[in-house]
Write a protein that binds this ligand. Sequence first.
Ligand code: FPP
Length: 258
Amino acid sequence: MYRYVKSFFGDKNKENTEISKEALLERPLPTHVAIIMDGNGRWATKRGLPRSAGHRAGMETLKKIVETSLDLGLKHLTVYAFSTENWKRPREEINSLMHLLVEYIDKELNKLKDNGVCIRTLGHIEELPEKAVISVKKAIKDTQENSKLYLQIALNYGSRREIIDAVKVIAIETAAGKIKSEDIEENIIEKYLYTAGLPDPDLMIRTSGEMRLSNFLLWQSAYTEFWSTPVLWPDFTQNLLYEAIYEYQHRKRRLGGI
Ligand code: FPP
């Protein structure tokens, strides 16, 4: 049976309820957790700080959540770090995000490598600033043999663009006679998505109370369990990840059946 270790106020005040790792390990963990790390800007504004301070705090949360994922034994963690729409933000904010990405990799790479993390990306990384491209490519190369935790960082990622990219290649291959149009099924589409070979997310977490997918893994999340918290990403904790997983473990997934 699952159990709470500490329950100060009962289920009504879930944020005050701590779930133990042991309780989570009594049921199958989600194989793939995806996270929309939202609310960095609001976190900073509430404190009278520049938005970049919110992103920096968000980076610290990301470090903790990767550690928690490793400790729990999650296999796949996918985080939405920069969308195709984020280019609309002020240049200064984009620069600070790119700078943080390079800093995150420079500071964390050795540890991630030693801890068995395999870093991969989703999205058009070649369009990022050169320094970021170099850092990201090094991270991918240096960790490619690892298999304890697959960390997918979505960078310059947009799900519609991903689907358009796939459709274009499929159209070219169909015209060339390599694919028969009558053979185009889900497995063919999946093969041409950036996520080819990756299991669909079982659990999608979004912070800051928003209830949108925001162009993230639209195809892949057809049957994903969605979990949202009003907590802003910089304030997200290990316990909230546990809570999301716990709730996932107690939902009935019918996957279209009864
Ligand atoms: C959304 O918050 C967050 C982002 C667009 C960036 C996510 C980046 C990090 C968590 C830190 C950096 C980590 C890496 C690997 C680059 P928002 O700015 O949209 O917040 P708001 O909705 O409150 O304005």
